[in-house]
Design a protein around this ligand. Structure first.
Ligand code: FES
Ligand SMILES: [Fe+2]
Length: 440
């Protein structure tokens, strides 16, 4: 890149199209990590991943190896997974229990669970040096800020900016909808997640999540096969087929049905896709669940919660959440052309086991790496990234319903369910993050 970085970035994003460099340039990727992923609130994990003191879970925030740990007082900390002595990773494993302290396997420096330095071997040999046990530079470095909303832990590696709730704005519904659907108002993670490396830029994944045109095209053959079986079951038995068939057959809905969905864009790049997911069949399991909801919330409030029509929420730039089925996918960019996604699902506390099975069915049929649906999407991601890396053209088109996005107080609504509003909205936020610089 040449010229000023700000004008270079601005030249890549137009209201209805985006230059391919945004996806394929390693320098842009490095700037994204610095100005976006290591600058704003990023999802680390759920508190139930670290239930007991000493439990830890490692992950990436931007390019930084981080560890989420439960301390003895119950508080959850997010720390850099780095020993301040000579830099070794303190927790090489993905998760586990570290006991009362973190102990570095290289020279046995020991740290309390809040990251403070506890003990150093042969400490007398440091006498007369600039080393000081209480000096923070010799402690594990914490994330600049850590906050949790309804059990979902986020960290921010830069200082300043809004608190988590303010940052989430309209995307906060993802966590409210998921937790409210639990009779006890909380969810619990199901250990562990699938991890998948996608051969494409991270933004291609996020853009696909609210792309309501592609399902009936990309997933047409899977959806049609499921619909044929579903119809056959209904013809033979005279009863509705199990909901799990609907999860896949729904992909064959014609355009006019997808067009009834409603997409919105919120401050900081978050987007939602609203639509009815058909999760209230009148089978005994659903009726038992609805009775549990009524018992905990009362009829009116239970009806309000069960009536929420939210299909998908993008928490920019790090999460794709499907709250009605208790799933989320966390985005961990690896390089400009490699993206790790973690695919998690949750249990609703206080709900019958059958409702958990419903979430598990969706996980295995739609979101897991081995599903036909996910395989179709992965193929698209790889094909887009490969084509964008070529010299066959410079621009990505986001023209569908461009220039027609009504907005008020920073909230955008789409004029059609299949509008490319979410893509335009995310890239507008991207430009702001990229040109405002990092606060580190
Ligand atoms: S690198 Fe950790 S104690 Fe030496
Ligand atoms: Fe898809």
């Amino acid at each position: 890149m040449d010229g000023s970085i700000t004008s270079d970035i601005r030249a890549l994003v137009e209201p209805d199209r985006v230059h391919r460099k945004c996806y394929t340039d390693p320098e842009i990727f490095a700037l994204e990590m610095q100005n976006i992923h290591e600058n704003t609130w990023i999802y680390v994990g759920h508190e139930s991943q670290v239930k007991n003191p000493g439990d830890y879970y490692t992950t990436l925030v931007g390019r930084q190896p981080m560890v989420m740990v439960r301390a003895k007082d119950g508080k959850v900390h997010v720390l850099y997974n780095r020993c301040p002595h000579r830099g070794a990773l303190l927790c090489p494993d993905r998760h586990g229990n570290t006991g009362q302290t973190f102990k570095c396997s290289y020279h046995a420096w020991r740290f309390n669970l809040d990251g403070s330095l506890l003990k150093v071997p042969v400490v007398e040999q440091y006498e007369g040096t600039r080393f000081d046990l209480s000096d923070k530079q010799f402690h594990m470095k914490p994330a600049e800020r850590t906050e949790s909303y309804r059990g979902f832990v986020f960290c921010k590696l830069s200082h300043g900016g809004p608190d988590l709730k303010t940052h989430l704005s309209g995307a906060i519904r993802a966590f409210d909808d998921m937790c409210d659907r639990a009779p006890e108002g909380e969810v619990e993670v199901v250990p562990t997640c699938f991890r998948m490396i996608q051969k494409s830029n991270w933004k291609i994944f996020l853009e696909n999540q609210l792309d309501a045109v592609h399902p009936s095209i990309t997933h047409e053959s899977s959806g049609r096969a499921a619909r044929e079986v579903e119809q056959d079951i209904e013809k033979r038995t005279g009863k509705k087929a199990p909901l799990s068939y609907h999860y896949i057959s729904a992909f064959t809905e014609p355009f006019f049905r997808w067009d009834t969905l409603n997409t919105m864009g919120f401050p900081n790049g978050h987007c939602t896709l609203e639509g009815y997911m058909g999760l209230r069949p009148r089978d005994p399991d659903t009726l038992e669940y609805e009775a549990a909801m009524e018992k905990h919330y009362g009829k009116k409030r239970a009806e309000e919660i069960l009536g929420v029509n939210l299909h998908h929420v993008l928490v920019y730039p790090c999460l794709s959440v499907q709250s009605p089925l208790q799933q989320l996918r966390a985005v961990r960019p690896i390089s400009h052309d490699r993206t790790l996604t973690e695919i998690w699902h949750f249990r609703l506390k206080g709900a019958p086991e059958a409702i958990y099975r419903r979430s598990l069915d969706y996980y295995y049929l739609v979101n897991a790496p081995s599903t036909m649906i996910n395989a179709d999407d992965l193929d698209n991601f790889w094909r887009c990234h490969t084509g964008l890396s070529s010299e066959g053209g410079d621009w990505v088109s986001f023209h569908r319903n461009a220039g027609q996005d009504p907005h008020k107080d920073g909230v955008y609504t789409s004029v059609t369910g299949m509008s490319e509003l979410p893509m335009r909205h995310m890239m507008k936020a991207w430009t702001e993050y990229m040109t405002q610089g990092a606060r580190r």
